[in-house]
Design a protein around this ligand. Structure first.
Ligand SMILES: NC(=O)c1ccc[n+]([C@@H]2O[C@H](COP(=O)([O-])OP(=O)(O)OC[C@H]3O[C@@H](n4cnc5c(N)ncnc54)[C@H](OP(=O)(O)O)[C@@H]3O)[C@@H](O)[C@H]2O)c1
Length: 348
């Protein structure tokens, strides 16, 4: 790739000529000599190398000391239009962690000639698109099995309905769950990352869509048999399911309220006036705890093996994430409550 020297001193969008303190070459309004001499700004030189080959990709001259990594990414993007900022990882060390967009050049452990390493994260897709695709899939797929569209079961069952009321209830619960998730993605969550790698969508969709099809096939099968303890089992399962759905939603609202709109702030979550959030006293990621509870309820309701399997895989995945989040809380906040476990109170 070409090495390119860029003047990093053109006024940025919205900055105009008023930002001349950081813009050498900008014409002063009047030519009168200033009475007081301002402290000279020490500009930085930034070179960006390929993290794999160590080839020099870009050289930025006269970068303002208070430039952020996000701004440096935009400058790099001007010389390499294929690498839009969201797909860039800028690091201090070729194998180290990506720097945050908010990191400020002069606060980083670099001299006035800074060397950064670039890694291409690959094509990116917005989180919202990812979640909408992931969650709309199971909703539609499940309904196809529920309505027994042709080519799923024997032709004589096309567009017939099950005689078991639990099958209809299960369809309502499953649809409710994914509609809730879709609405939360659109109106509740305040994500800190705008994008994720495009390839993840294939992986995630295979997981959610595949499991939805597998579960729906058995629950809506004409030969499906209802739970062994009948109505009582289904009613108990419904109570567990609804309780955990409300709990999960309450936690999502509590997390949303921790982050002012448009910010990426991460704070310690604490119980609020809503009793469903009191579980924060014992658990770092109670939204995962409630999610697990919902799927346990659904397993009990349908008494179906693929559902139990989905619950188990989801639990393993959420445990891994919850442990990671718990570790980050402990690292980031010295006053983090010690009583909390990642996902299951006192256990895990
Ligand atoms: N069944 C399954 O297999 C399965 C698996 C995973 C998730 N889920 C469901 O999907 C939901 C969302 O999953 P998720 O992994 O995205 O949950 P998450 O990491 O807990 O995040 C939920 C939202 O809260 C924000 N957030 C988290 N902690 C925060 C803090 N300390 N301060 C401020 N904001 C914070 C997150 O922002 P960031 O963008 O900064 O993270 C995100 O917008 C889960 O609650 C669960 O219901 C299901």
């Amino acid at each position: 790739m070409d090495t390119l020297a860029l003047e990093a001193t053109q006024p940025r969008k919205g900055q105009g000529s008023s930002a001349s303190a950081g813009v050498p070459g900008a014409a002063p309004a009047k030519r009168k000599p200033a009475k007081k001499t301002k402290k000279a700004v020490v500009f930085f030189e930034v070179e960006i190398l390929d993290a794999k080959t160590k080839d020099k990709l870009c050289f930025l001259d006269k970068v303002e000391p208070n430039a952020t990594i996000g701004e440096i990414k935009s400058m790099f993007h001007r010389s390499h239009p294929q690498f839009y900022p969201a797909r860039q990882s800028i690091r201090l060390d070729p194998k180290g962690k990506s720097l945050k967009d908010e990191d400020v050049l002069q606060h980083l452990p670099v001299g006035t000639t800074a060397t950064f390493y670039f890694r291409d994260l690959g094509a990116q897709i917005s989180w919202v698109t990812v979640f909408l695709t992931e969650y709309a899939g199971p909703l539609v797929i499940y309904l196809m099995f529920y309505f027994r569209v042709p080519f799923i079961y024997a032709p004589k069952y096309d567009f017939t309905t099950s005689k078991h009321w639990v099958v209809h209830l299960a369809c309502m619960c499953h649809s409710f769950h994914y509609v809730k998730r879709l609405l939360e993605t659109l109106f509740v969550h305040r994500f800190s990352h705008g994008t994720m790698p495009l390839r993840n969508i294939f992986k995630n969709c295979t997981y959610y869509w595949g499991f939805a099809a597998w579960m729906a096939y058995y629950i809506n099968h004409p030969l499906y048999t209802p739970p062994i303890y009948g109505e009582q089992q289904v009613k108990l399962a419904l109570i567990i399911f609804l309780f955990c759905q409300i709990g999960n939603f309450s936690i999502h609202i509590a997390l949303r309220n921790l982050r002012p709109p448009g910010s990426k702030t991460r704070k310690i979550p604490y119980p609020t006036k809503n009793p469903f959030t009191w579980i924060f006293l014992l658990v770092s990621c109670p939204n995962y705890t409630y999610e697990l509870g919902s799927w346990l309820g659904f397993t009990l309701m349908t008494q179906c093996l693929p559902v139990a399997f989905f619950t188990m895989v989801g639990f393993i995945q959420m445990t891994v994430w919850a442990k990671g989040k718990h570790r980050s809380y402990l690292k980031e906040f010295r006053d983090y409550p010690t009583l909390r476990s990642p996902i299951l109170p006192f256990v895990l």
